[in-house]
Design a protein around this ligand. Structure first.
Ligand SMILES: C[S@@+](CC[C@H](N)C(=O)[O-])C[C@H]1O[C@@H](n2cnc3c(N)ncnc32)[C@H](O)[C@@H]1O
Ligand code: SF4
Length: 448
């Protein structure tokens, strides 16, 4: 076995992104509204939760996008959507038995900035009616700069916005043409200026590598343009080409996609450029300025991973509203009906729209913690983990040792501590120590 085996594994492996353990491919219909309601009822009254609202609409449907969203030409469907969201929030509050304290709130999608200023106000009102947001000082939103104006920005600030994430992907016109997303540099700059003028202190940019026609020169130009804005955080995701799940990706010219070797070269180039510009690498695909909370979390081993990627949010519970949204409770995961019409019909019938999920066992929690540390830090202290869970870690360490024996160069395991040689092996190692991977029938994206 040589380093070549490791490179081949990295080039060929298709593995989960581990934004949850177990991955959503292992959820089942065994978890429904009653079980979910029971989990919500057991929430400790003093616990500050994390709250997520999924807005599943976009004006444009970018061809690369694998997010759960649908197109709409106007704001009309959003009116019914918001009233259904209000009804779902009320169902959750009734199951909890009170307006639960919220420590962090995230609006994602889709495109939350499709909401008109009045609809943004309504969103704030419906959430405040059903949750206690009085101590929530972390409110973030995903922004499509093409769907933003001064009135929306003002409404978001009045809503309490503290952090914004802006979708950029790639600035090159040839790449933008091939992914069905046109966005001028001026539009992106206006969004950043509008946020900063209103005192929003934390701005993240989303970028992608591995896009069609993306060359090292094109990605370097995108990075230079992005770095010039000095965003606090940059998420540089590897483009996940999964047309069997995201059917609009069939419009992506596959013969123009960089091959796995080229993908790795793109990721390496970006990493060197971002580190050279003063950014701290965070996990497998994020970068942050040294003073940023995420950079500090990465350095102190307190980084967390959730459905949005990496986060500094430490809440044990994530309550998620909207079609396809996934809640994480101490007892397990509960996912809402994916189709907006199913979600709407269930909520309008007065029932929590839970369609699937997963009840965690003690062994699952142990594996989840180990995999989260691999994905966040690239290191796991199995002895400390076993002590914290009161469980043996022999099965996990044996799988890690086998992976290291089969793929030398991936890292070391000594005195019960696994240490990856490089964060690029994190998904590979996570899949190797994942006890359920062998039986998973999901088709995943490339590990590189
Ligand atoms: C839900 S989108 C929201 C962004 C917002 N609607 C916009 O367009 O600016 C969040 C991010 O997911 C990432 N994303 C979407 N599809 C992806 C894919 N196929 N592979 C990797 N990342 C993807 C993109 O970087 C995108 O900015
Ligand atoms: S990238 Fe944003 S705007 Fe484009 S389809 Fe996805 S969610 Fe919608």
């Amino acid at each position: 076995m040589t380093q070549d085996h490791l490179r081949t594994a990295l080039l060929e492996a298709k593995v989960p992104r581990y934004t949850s353990y177990p991955p959503a491919t292992r959820f089942s219909g065994a978890i429904g509204p009653d079980i979910h309601a029971g989990w919500l009822a057991a929430l400790p009254p003093e616990e500050g939760i994390s709250l997520y609202a999924h807005v599943p609409f976009c004006r444009r449907l970018c061809w690369f996008c694998a997010c759960r969203t649908q197109g709409t030409a106007n704001a009309a469907p959003l009116t019914r959507f918001l009233e259904t969201l209000a009804a779902e929030a009320a169902l959750v509050a009734r199951a909890v038995g009170r307006a639960q304290k919220v420590a962090a709130l995230h609006l994602g999608g889709g495109t939350p900035t499709l909401l008109t200023p009045e609809q943004i106000d309504r969103m704030g009102q419906l959430l405040r009616e059903n949750f206690d947001l009085s101590a929530c000082d972390d409110i973030s939103v995903e922004i499509d700069p093409c769907e933003l104006d001064a009135a929306r920005l003002d409404a978001l600030v009045a809503f309490g916005l503290s952090r914004a994430s802006i979708g950029v992907q790639d600035i090159d016109p040839v790449v933008q043409n091939a992914i069905g997303r046109h966005q001028s540099a001026e539009i992106t700059a206006e969004a950043v200026a509008g946020l900063r003028a209103r005192g929003i202190g934390s701005v993240n940019f989303d970028l992608l590598y591995g896009l069609p026609y993306q060359t090292e020169a094109r990605l370097a130009a995108t990075l230079d343009a992005v770095i010039a804005h000095r965003p606090d955080r940059i998420a540089l995701y590897g483009y996940a080409h999964v047309p069997w799940m995201a059917r609009r990706q069939k419009l992506i010219p596959e013969d123009a996609l960089p091959d796995p070797e080229a993908r790795i070269a793109l990721a390496d180039l970006a990493r060197a450029r971002l580190i050279g510009s003063g950014y701290v690498p965070v996990g497998i695909d994020h970068y942050a300025l040294p003073g940023d909370e995420m950079a500090r979390a990465a350095q102190s081993g307190t980084l967390r991973r959730n459905f949005q990627g990496y986060t500094t949010d430490r809440a044990a519970t994530l309550v998620a509203l909207g079609p396809s949204a996934i809640s994480r409770l101490p007892q397990g995961y509960a996912q809402n009906a994916s189709a907006t019409r199913d979600w709407t019909a269930t909520v309008e019938a007065g029932v929590l729209p839970t369609a699937r999920g997963y009840a965690l066992t003690a062994q699952d929690r142990l594996a989840a913690d180990a995999i989260e540390r691999v994905m966040c830090d690239g290191t796991v202290d199995f002895t400390a983990l076993g002590r914290a869970h009161g469980l043996p870690t022999t099965a996990l360490t044996t799988r890690a040792a086998t992976a290291l024996a089969e793929l030398p160069g991936m890292g070391t395991l000594a005195a019960g501590v696994l240490q990856l040689a490089d964060m690029r092996y994190a998904r590979l190692m996570a899949a190797r120590i994942d006890p359920g991977m062998a039986g998973d029938t999901g088709r995943f994206s490339m590990a590189s």
